[in-house]
Design a protein around this ligand. Structure first.
Ligand SMILES: Cc1cc2nc3c(=O)[nH]c(=O)nc-3n(C[C@H](O)[C@H](O)[C@H](O)COP(=O)(O)O)c2cc1C
Length: 358
């Protein structure tokens, strides 16, 4: 159930597939006899130093992929020198993650009808020392994900015979989940008004998303947060221009990993237009479909200053906890470094359209 929650997109999953397929179409320009000694992947994302420009994207329920999943992933990101973004709908809370990390992490915010709760989250993220707020804009209503419906993935979970069979096949997962007290949405339960248990949470989540959210709402978020602000879920040049007007520090070109509007184009196919429209006025990041260091390099060639990965680290997390996240990052780092070298470059800052074959 939780694997399929990650390993799926909305409706026909055409956008989910396009995110990966469109990366595969981009061809790299091979160069030889360039000095490629002393290579560096170090760069900056939203003004913060990173060992490579690959952040861990916010993913809900990561603490169900592996017990204490968000805490383990944050520790892995910290060790690796890349940003970890904690989702609003995480299992481990902002405070849980802060208690096991020393460096600041990023916090992703969903704004819902309960504005007091959004303000509470912003204040808690500030108190925990988070160094960027990632405001997600593309989930004013939920995309329909068929695998979740089939699996009965809802809050509170509906326990069926199928769930019991699934758990019987995953005894180690069950043992680890029994060994932690973190098994609910800990950013929400006990913090949102009237949400003290799973039943109340189900009611709260079903009518909490705010379809009236508008560009003017960014203003009060900005005021309350008063720090680095990243707007996530931009897939259109006009929206990118609107994002620039808000004074945010960066945008993430994203279709939510193909989990919202099925039929929307892949993120990588929209990147060049968005960079053309606003790339000189705001930092542009990208996520969706990155499965290798080669994909990261392609995004950088097309003008992204940074990237995010969702599923690649979730698979590592589910398979092997903190070590699995480290391994997924290391695989990407190695591929990025080797690919950059074979393209005749030794600094990510030099990458551009010239490194691609038109
Ligand atoms: C299981 C799962 C849960 C997600 N939950 C959130 C979330 O809570 N907030 C958010 O802004 N994006 C969420 N996303 C979207 C990711 O932040 C990111 O945009 C997407 O995963 C990138 O695509 P990729 O998985 O192909 O790398 C989620 C994605 C996945 C796969």
């Amino acid at each position: 159930m939780f694997f399929q929650y990650a390993d799926s997109g909305s409706w026909t999953e055409s956008t989910y597939r396009a995110n990966e397929e469109d990366f595969a179409r981009i061809k790299l320009r091979q160069r030889v006899l360039a000095n490629i000694e002393d290579r560096s992947l170090a760069s900056q994302m939203a003004g913060q130093p990173v060992s490579m420009p690959v952040a861990l994207a916010p993913t809900g329920l990561a603490g169900m992929q592996h017990a204490d999943g968000e805490m383990l992933a944050a520790q892995a990101a910290e060790e690796f020198g890349v940003p970890f973004t904690l989702s609003t709908v995480s299992i481990c809370s902002i405070e849980d993650v802060a208690s096991v990390t020393r460096k600041p992490f990023w916090f992703q915010l969903y704004i819902n009808r309960d504005r007091d709760f959004a303000l509470n989250l912003i204040d808690r993220a500030k108190a925990a020392g988070c160094s960027a707020l990632v405001l997600t804009l593309d989930l004013q209503i939920m995309g329909q994900r068929h695998k979740d419906i089939r699996n009965g993935l809802s809050a509170p979970p509906r326990f069926t015979l199928n769930h019991i069979l699934q758990m019987a096949r995953c005894p180690i997962w069950c043992l680890k989940m029994l060994g932690t007290r973190r098994r609910t949405f800990r950013n929400i339960v006990g913090h949102a008004r009237g949400v003290n248990g799973l039943d109340a949470l189900a009611a709260w989540t079903s009518d909490t998303l705010d379809p009236t959210l508008s560009w003017s709402d960014i203003e009060w978020v900005k005021k309350r947060w008063d720090g680095t602000l990243i707007l996530k879920g931009i897939l259109d040049e006009e929206d990118a221009r609107m994002a620039v007007r808000t004074g945010a520090d960066a945008i993430v070109v994203s279709n939510h990993g193909g989990r919202q509007l099925d039929g929307a184009p892949s993120s990588i196919s929209m990147l060049p237009r968005i960079v053309d429209a606003v790339g000189d006025r705001i930092e542009v990041h990208l996520d969706g479909g990155i499965r290798s260091g080669q994909d990261v390099l392609k995004a950088l060639c097309l003008g992204a200053k940074g990237t995010f990965i969702g599923r690649p680290y979730l698979y590592g997390l589910g398979a092997a906890g903190r070590q699995g996240v480290l391994q997924s990052l290391e695989i990407i780092r190695r591929e990025l470094d080797t690919t950059m070298a074979l393209c005749g470059e030794r600094d990510l800052g030099n990458l551009s359209l010239k490194n691609l074959v038109a």
